[in-house]
Write a protein of this length. Structure first.
Length: 583
């Protein structure tokens, strides 16, 4: 009896397991049918696409736009930049994908509305005539090119960039200097590496292209001006920053110190005032003194000039002046900045804050050249400070009165509208005009350079402007088989600065006054005079009056003349005498 019960229990257990397996199998089969059905519906979508030559990734993008599928692939793995010829009219998606991907040795899997594209593993199958025709556009002119890149000594160069000219397709050499890239027959490979001259090579029908890169000696041969003379860049020791004429002319600036801003590492230039012709603070070795100045020493064509422009302490209500603004940046050939302590060994304590060596343009042998360089630009306030309009200002005054248990002064604030925007009253669109005319030339014995310039800057605050007229003549001559040299540099400039006090509060601080002045009252009173008001309860002022009625006209004439005589005693040993006149 017990044996019969045990068999009965075993049968029941087996039946439960069997029913569970059958249920799970049915569910899985149903899920499979569902997935297959969804995948089939996705692949049965129809598309229309006609292009003569279109990159693989763009073909897939076009398909995504016409269907609800999304493609997942690796651009590098499938070489998505290859071009295809496509012509499909209301064709089912699976047929399109088969025709497109199989010739490219690619396969795909469908998961929901996601199509995953992978490389087809195994040996390539034989192509049909239709397949060959479809891939002819893609592979007819492509070939694999390999090679090795070495330097002049035959040493392998790893990390050399190899690009197909006119495209973004490229690769890099490995640790042994070897590269491999697929290109068309008419491709041009561009090889580039830091410190070497860029080289271009036509592939033609070659499958192996070996390249020898040549060192870029031009950069190493560049002449740098230092305190004692000139030296090749390759022989340079010490901390020296060099700024060329192209960098200086990149932006229209009024002065040399402004031209240094963001042009060299380790140099901190801050414009102390936004007024036209305003001074700047230049820090090369930090702030070295509390009471004395920390400005660097400027040396123009061998003559030291210490800027007495107090860019950081204007004194009284006047705007900071800038003596360096009297020098035209367009006259400059190059600027070298001596940043380390070696400058003190040449210029003494005057070079403790660093030295800025300025070399102006000189004449060169050859025919006479006439050059014109001009620019015109405009200036606007980048972002105005948000202030209350008249209605809001009246509401503010009402709330202020209520907080003090006083009666409100403006029962109907809405009647005032926008009121007066004082910043609009005192500001305008500024502009900068710069013009430079240069005559240069000479022969083997004598060279000359005559430079004339005009610079005009109308500031964004009314009644502020800066203009400069300058002329410079540089002469160089050689005698006695080039052993004796003489030269002269004559420079004259006349600059005019119209400025107004803008940076301080109270009377004389036009910007602070304009931001705080009440927008309720007009610019003029009933008698036609300026409407005065006090924004802080201390002074009755009118921002427009401060701008238009205050006259601060500063005219500066500057002359700098230098002449020198140099004789070469031995090769590499010369004696030089200079005479300087300045006022």
């Amino acid at each position: 009896m017990k044996k019969t019960l045990q068999i009965h229990k075993l049968l029941l257990t087996a039946m439960r397991i069997t029913l569970t397996q059958v249920f799970l199998a049915v569910c899985l089969v149903g899920s499979t049918f569902a997935n297959d059905s969804k995948a089939q519906s996705v692949l049965n979508q129809r598309i229309t696409l006609q292009e003569k030559e279109l990159e693989v990734r763009k073909v897939l993008n076009q398909i995504e736009k016409q269907t609800d599928v999304k493609f997942v692939f690796s651009s590098k793995l499938i070489q998505s930049s290859r071009k295809l010829k496509v012509d499909y009219q209301n064709e089912q998606l699976y047929k399109v994908l088969d025709n497109l991907l199989r010739p490219l040795r690619l396969t795909y899997e469908v998961s929901g509305n996601i199509v995953i594209i992978n490389r087809l593993e195994g040996k390539p199958s034989a192509m049909t005539e239709e397949t060959k025709e479809e891939t002819s556009v893609l592979e007819a002119n492509e070939q694999t090119v390999t090679g090795k890149v070495v330097d002049e000594n035959g040493e392998a160069l790893p990390g050399v960039t190899v690009l197909v000219k006119g495209s973004s397709k490229g690769t890099n050499t490995d640790s042994k200097g070897v590269y491999k890239i697929a290109v068309s027959e008419n491709a041009v490979l561009v090889f580039s590496f830091v410190g070497f001259v860029k080289q271009e090579v036509e592939v033609s029908n070659k499958s192996v292209v070996n390249v020898t890169l040549v060192s870029d000696t031009k950069a190493l041969e560049e002449v740098i001006v230092i305190g004692y003379g000139t030296v090749k860049k390759s022989d340079l020791t010490g901390s020296v920053a060099s700024i060329g004429n192209k960098d200086i002319k990149a932006m229209p600036v009024a002065s040399v110190d402004q031209a240094l801003q963001a042009r060299a590492t380790g140099i901190n230039v801050v414009q102390a005032s936004g007024a036209p012709g305003g001074g700047s603070t230049v820090r090369i070795r930090g702030s070295n003194s509390i009471n004395s100045g920390s400005e660097p020493l400027y040396v123009i064509d061998g003559f030291p000039v210490y800027p007495s422009n107090s860019a950081f302490s204007s004194g009284g209500d006047r705007q900071p002046s800038n003596i360096m603004a009297t020098i035209n940046p367009g006259d400059i050939e190059s600027v070298e900045i001596l940043k380390d302590a070696s400058a003190t060994s040449i210029y003494g304590s005057r070079g403790a804050n660093g030295v800025v060596l300025i070399t102006t343009k000189r004449g060169k042998s050859g025919g006479t050249k006439i050059e014109y360089d001009g620019s015109q630009s405009i200036q606007n306030i980048a972002k105005n400070v948000d202030v209350l309009n008249a209605s809001d200002y009246a509401r503010y005054q009402n709330l202020r009165a209520l907080s003090r248990n006083q009666s409100i002064p403006y029962p109907n604030p809405e009647q005032f509208g926008q009121g007066i925007n004082w910043m609009d009253q005192i500001s305008r669109q500024g502009n900068i005009s710069s013009h430079q005319l240069t005559f240069s030339g000479g022969n083997d014995k004598t060279q000359f350079a005559l430079m004339t310039g005009y610079f005009k800057n109308n500031g964004i605050i009314k009644n502020t402007d800066f203009d400069r007229v300058n002329v410079r003549l540089n002469l160089d001559s050689k005698f006695l088989n080039d052993k004796l040299r003489s030269g002269s540099s004559l420079f004259f400039s006349r600059s005019t600065t119209n400025s107004i006090p803008t940076d301080r509060g109270g009377p004389g601080g036009a910007i602070i006054t304009a931001l705080g002045q009440s927008p309720l009252k007009g610019v003029y009173n009933s008698s036609g005079g300026y409407q005065l008001d006090s924004y802080d309860g201390r002074f009755d002022v009118n921002p427009l009056a401060e701008v238009q009625e205050i006259i601060d006209n500063d005219k500066t004439n500057r002359f700098l003349g230098t002449t020198y005589l140099q004789y070469e005693i031995l090769k590499g040993l010369s004696v030089k005498s200079s005479l300087v006149l300045t006022f």
